[in-house]
Design a protein around this ligand. Structure first.
Ligand code: TMP
Length: 206
């Protein structure tokens, strides 16, 4: 059974709205928690604040290490206890975000970023990952239209966001069994329906 499920995508892919809806549906039937990265618990939310809302220049490797540190604490304090008692975890972003954003887009190198993350997660990769596929421009325009708070990474040039989606495409090719692609340019209702059925099918598979 796929218990550890992550939602990934570029800025404005709609994954945060969709994960909430999927959670509300699952909750009726399963023991499930909804959480997010960076964040999810006190220490990691404090690191999130530092990562996303600071105006100070941050070295890219410091950034990668802070994302990995937030992930470690979140995993140990919240994700693993839920999985160990047989529950389901829905997590908005996880290790693939670091591989795409820090590894590919910041050009630190995927293998380097993978190495620090493997130290942090001790091989606890998600069982299932849903990738919300939307072109970088479409996602960024949605953020503008919805007047969502703009974070430090949203402010990067469009080339950065193209590299993020290229990075995700490489990961999808590398992990085709784990990462399922959802066309996030469809109507919100359709995206929710597809995401929910992908999760349910995978929960009921084993
Ligand atoms: P959010 O907008 O989905 O809440 O994500 C927060 C931002 O942090 C988003 O711009 C992606 C970025 N991020 C990384 O660069 N690396 C990571 O490992 C994670 C979890 C998020």
């Amino acid at each position: 059974m796929s218990q550890f499920i992550t939602f990934e995508g570029p800025e404005g892919s709609g994954k945060t709205t969709v994960i909430q809806k999927v959670y509300e549906k699952l909750e009726k039937e399963f023991d499930v928690i909804l959480t997010r990265e960076p964040g999810g618990i006190k220490i990691s939310e404090a690191i999130r604040e530092l990562l996303l809302n600071s105006d100070d220049d941050m070295d890219e490797r410091t950034e990668a290490l802070l994302f990995a540190a937030a992930r470690r604490q979140h995993l140990v304090e919240k994700i693993l206890p839920q999985l160990n008692k047989g529950g389901i975890v829905l997590c908005d972003r996880f290790v693939d975000s670091s591989l795409s954003y820090q590894g590919y887009a910041r050009e630190i190198g995927v293998e380097e970023v993978k190495a620090i993350n493997e130290f942090a997660i001790e091989n606890k990769y998600p069982d299932l990952t849903l990738y919300f596929d939307v072109p970088a421009e479409v996602g960024l325009n949605r953020i503008k239209d919805n007047q969502r708070d703009v974070n430090r990474l949203d402010k990067e040039e469009i080339e950065f966001h193209h590299k993020v989606t290229d990075g995700y495409k490489a990961l999808i090719a590398e992990y085709p069994d784990r990462i399922k692609v959802i066309d996030a340019t469809q109507s919100l209702e359709k995206v929710i329906e597809e995401a929910y059925s992908t999760v349910i099918n995978s929960l009921k598979q084993e």
